[in-house]
Design a protein around this ligand. Structure first.
Ligand code: SF4
Ligand code: SF4
Length: 454
């Protein structure tokens, strides 16, 4: 029997419209806008100025602290602006704007076509190289990969690779597994060496039989790596859900995967790590799935970071006149984009256009206490309750009821027969409570340090 995670979960319609569509390279645009903050943590610090010329792959902004990431130019050309812009979610961010002039690469990048199999770097050198090349989690979480790999020898017992891609519509990881199997497996070997672990499991949902068969065949030549076919269930790509599905281990509330000896990385991240460590190539491009029923040709593209979202959508045959909304990511966890001029960033796994009919929210009615949201929640929460507590600004009660454990999967919203906007309130409450928790931890740390000095 196929494995899956044990608590909650739902089965939304798959709608994988772009499945089986070969990855096409999108032409380089005439201008790119490269944000300094494409990752969880502090924004990077620019090291170029307006008027500078840069090469493709050149470092243009340096990580600003342990939880931060380097940013490289995805094109060659001239820096024309370093300015504030409003991102797709309405937040102010700073970006480096570059007018493109050809595509001249930094000579340190190995652009030879062959696959490089021998891994010559030491574990410590690998982790540093991954940091240097600006690699972040590419499933959408954008956590700097170096941070997750900074574990003590012996602490990690199993590396889990997330090839689940359980979000409806999205197919970027699926297609990458089909087209770049060897590179992904070498990337996994690199990760295993960095973590000093001899076991890796690639978890893939059973709707991607071609990827399961292809990687299983290749993995026979890579000792320690196995492929685990998983039963279809959303949100299996959540870290805790995937660890449960692949190993049966449960990560406690508030704990990290390493507490059960696991480290999880995404398939796209494993590929980026292959390129970073074996080819000295920074994270300057990624596979983006551009999909949705209103589009002429849902597609998988490889896109330079900084390319405007509008340009990427136009490449599918034009922007349809009658679409309802554009989502950055998939329909379950993605967020509606407020404008199409924003750039593709390291975490852009998908762009989804929804029709007007699909975009329309159902009429909200009273909670009927059916508990469907409770049964669906993969974190064992009570969504109807924490949503209500957040709506009433009752932050202490939200914290007690573990709102910070919410992985924002949207399963509760999906199941609610009363169309209650559960996730909107839960997201708001979670952000507020996590801010309170961070402030409390900082105050406690400051008090402890001051007591030590006395
Ligand atoms: S969004 Fe949060 S509360 Fe709702 S089902 Fe997912 S984890 Fe549970
Ligand atoms: S699913 Fe909706 S109606 Fe049912 S208990 Fe949850 S919030 Fe209430």
């Amino acid at each position: 029997m196929l494995k899956t995670f044990s608590i909650g979960g739902i089965h939304p319609a798959e709608n994988k419209l772009s499945a089986g569509t070969a990855i096409q390279r999108l032409p380089i645009p005439s201008e790119v806008m490269i944000p300094l903050s494409q990752h969880i943590g502090a924004p990077a610090q620019p090291i170029v100025a307006v008027g500078d010329t840069v090469l493709t792959g050149q470092l243009i902004a340096q990580a600003n602290g342990f939880v931060s990431a380097n940013v490289h130019s995805s094109v060659s050309g001239k820096v024309t602006k370093i300015e504030e812009y409003t991102d797709g979610n309405g937040y102010k961010k700073t970006a480096i704007v570059i007018a493109v002039d050809g595509d001249e690469w930094d000579p340190s990048v190995d652009r030879s076509p062959g696959i490089k199999r021998d891994i010559s770097l030491t574990p410590e050198e690998i982790v540093n190289k991954i940091g240097e090349m600006g690699i972040v989690g590419m499933g959408g979480a954008t956590f700097p990969a170096k941070v997750k790999l900074s574990v003590k020898p012996g602490q990690c017992q199993v590396l889990i690779i997330n090839g689940v891609e359980c979000e409806p519509y999205l197919t970027a990881d699926h297609q990458l597994m089909v087209e770049k199997g060897d590179e992904i497996l070498i990337g996994i070997k690199v990760l295993m060496k960095a973590l000093q672990v001899d076991k890796a499991i690639i978890g893939i949902e059973n709707n991607k039989r071609d990827a399961i068969d292809h990687l299983s065949k290749l993995a026979a030549s890579y000792p320690g790596i196995s492929v685990q076919a998983l039963k279809l269930k959303y949100p299996q790509g959540g870290e805790k859900q995937l660890i449960d599905a692949c190993t049966g281990r449960q990560v406690a509330s508030g704990a990290l995967p390493i507490s059960v000896g696991a480290v999880v990385q995404n398939i796209g991240t494993a590929y980026a790590i292959y390129e970073a460590v074996q080819k000295n190539k920074p994270l300057i491009e990624r596979v983006v799935c551009v999909t949705g029923k209103p589009l002429q040709r849902p597609s998988n593209f490889i896109v330079r970071i900084g390319t405007p979202i509008r340009t990427v959508i136009e490449a599918t045959g034009g922007i349809p006149a009658d679409y309802g909304k554009v989502i950055g990511g998939g329909p379950m966890m993605g967020r509606a984009l407020t404008n199409l001029e924003v750039p593709v960033i390291k975490g852009t796994s998908g762009i989804l256009l929804m029709s007007k009919a699909e975009s329309k929210r159902g009429e909200v009615s009273n909670c009927i206490r059916c508990a469907k949201c409770v049964s669906a929640c993969p974190m064992g929460l009570e969504p109807y309750l924490i949503s209500r507590l957040s709506e009433k600004l009752m932050w202490d009660e939200c914290e007690v009821n573990k709102i910070a454990d919410c992985i924002e999967c949207g399963s509760c919203n999906y199941t609610c027969p009363s169309n209650r906007p559960l996730l909107d309130y839960i997201r708001m409450g979670k952000a507020k409570v996590m801010g309170i928790m961070r402030a409390r931890a900082a105050a406690a740390k400051a008090a402890a340090e001051s007591a030590q000095k006395q």
